[in-house]
Design a protein. Structure first.
Length: 74
């Protein structure tokens, strides 16, 4: 993921949809600043690490994912 940071916003949107469908939850939105935090993060793992963080955000956040939400899981 560190080599493809420009792909992160699209991946996040895909994960938001997929995870919302899996949990039969209302699709969450994510603030631009929250996406920017995720892009700046050093992803030592692979894409699964990003997906796991997005999954936690979908489960634990209100309807809009904020930078404060993201900071809890990075």
């Amino acid at each position: 993921m560190n080599d493809r940071k420009e792909d992160i916003p699209d991946r996040i949107q895909t994960f938001l949809e997929d995870i919302s469908n899996i949990y039969k939850a209302k699709k969450k939105t994510i603030q631009k600043e929250a996406i920017e935090l995720l892009q700046k993060h050093s992803w030592t793992g692979n894409i699964r690490e990003l997906r796991n963080v997005v999954e936690r955000l979908v489960i634990m956040s209100e309807s809009t994912i904020t930078p404060e939400d993201v900071k809890k899981y990075l």
